[in-house]
Design a protein around this ligand. Structure first.
Ligand SMILES: O=C(O)Cn1ncc2ncnc(NCCc3cnc(NC(=O)Nc4cccc(Cl)c4)s3)c21
Length: 273
């Protein structure tokens, strides 16, 4: 893998296959590296669009951050290369695709499946926070599923090293904790809030503060207007965990290592993740 870090890749090193998905900045293709026959995902980004949106620094930060992360529940970014018009990200291929499509199909997950995903995300976030990296954009769209059904956090396009906390807003409001919505200072506990939102959405099929208007979602977040619908039936243990994560005061949120000891996780998460 060492030589992969230094090697200068070009598109001719790959046999490019079918498109896997279309993102805002470009498409993702399945591809095979010719010499090793290694299957990867190739994300093709147009320089013109990156320049237009002024996200080059974000992309550089993502590549820098990702090059130091090695965890079974974090999608690898093996490297990148560019040509005249495009930047290519060489990514680990997640054979079972996007988690949000799976969630749309099933409507909501069983408590065992939800707890298994939440536990593996917690372990990945403990690893990231240990390296002073916060993801800041944990949501179903950024989660992929590997060949063995394991969850992979992808797209560190919004992650930061915690010493330079930026307040750039991003994407859907649903996942933002109060301090980010109020654009106050924020730290690793933002990922705990987002994990709580995710856990709720895994179990109910919708995020807890969803509302028609942005202004209503904003108000429900800052008031932590948390309600548990009668259907689907969800254990009180799961509700207890979610209630300990969706706490306005960031210092009062359940710590990730405490989450892994919570009865709902211990009784429902598959240890293999
Ligand atoms: O292709 C699909 O839609 C789904 N799919 N299915 C299987 C599969 N296997 C691997 N990867 C997939 N998709 C790419 C996931 C990403 C990982 N890292 C990223 N980083 C990024 O986009 N950075 C970025 C872009 C533009 C600007 C800036 Cl600032 C940063 S995208 C897969």
């Amino acid at each position: 893998q060492k030589e992969a870090a230094q090697k200068r890749w070009t598109i001719s090193d790959f046999d490019v296959g079918k498109p896997l998905g279309r993102g805002k900045f470009g498409h993702v293709y399945i591809a095979r590296e010719k010499r090793s026959n290694h299957i990867v995902a190739l994300k093709v980004l147009f320089k013109s669009q990156l320049q237009q949106s002024q996200v080059e620094h974000q992309l550089r930060r993502e590549v820098e951050i990702q090059s130091h992360l090695r965890h079974p529940n974090i999608l690898r970014l093996y490297g990148y290369f560019y040509d005249q018009k495009r930047v290519y990200l060489i990514l680990e291929y997640a054979a079972r695709g996007e988690l949000y499509k799976e969630l749309q199909k099933c409507k909501y997950f069983s408590e065992r499946r939800a707890a298994t995903y939440v536990a593996s995300l917690a372990r990945a976030l403990i690893y990231c926070h240990g390296k002073h990296v916060i993801h800041r954009d944990i949501k179903p769209e950024n989660l992929l599923i590997g060949a063995q059904g394991e969850l992979k956090i992808a797209d560190f396009g919004w992650s930061v090293h915690t010493f330079n906390r930026r307040r750039t807003m991003c994407g859907t409001l649903d996942y933002l904790p109060p301090e980010m919505v109020e654009s106050a200072e924020h730290d690793a506990s933002v990922d705990i809030w987002s994990l709580g939102i995710l856990c709720y959405e895994f179990l109910y099929g919708v995020p807890p503060f969803e509302a028609k208007e942005h202004s209503d979602t904003y108000r429900r977040i800052v008031q932590v207007d948390l309600k548990f619908p009668p259907k689907p039936i969800v254990s009180s243990s799961a509700k207890d965990l979610i209630s300990q994560m969706l706490v306005k005061e960031s210092t009062q949120r359940l710590a990730l290592h405490k989450l892994l000891e919570h009865p709902w996780i211990v009784q429902n998460a598959d240890p293999s993740g």
